[in-house]
Ligand binder design. Structure first.
Ligand code: ZN
Length: 62
């Protein structure tokens, strides 16, 4: 099974060739854990992770 790739900079999962958040193209498949943020502006998890956008994120990347 193919593991999803996550942006190295913002840790969001990316489907295409460009990160929709930072427009970067540095991805990694070495990540652990995932979290879906539906209300990032209200979420303590989002605050702790330092992300401001809704979406699905890897909790840890290597
Ligand atoms: Zn990014």
């Amino acid at each position: 099974m193919n593991k999803k790739k996550a942006c190295k900079r913002c840790r969001v999962f990316v489907e295409g060739d460009e990160c929709p958040l930072c427009k970067g193209n540095q991805f990694t498949q070495s990540w652990n854990g995932r979290v879906a943020l539906l209300d990032a502006s209200q979420s303590l998890i989002a605050k702790r992770m330092g992300v401001a956008n809704n979406g699905e994120y890897a909790i840890k990347i290597k």
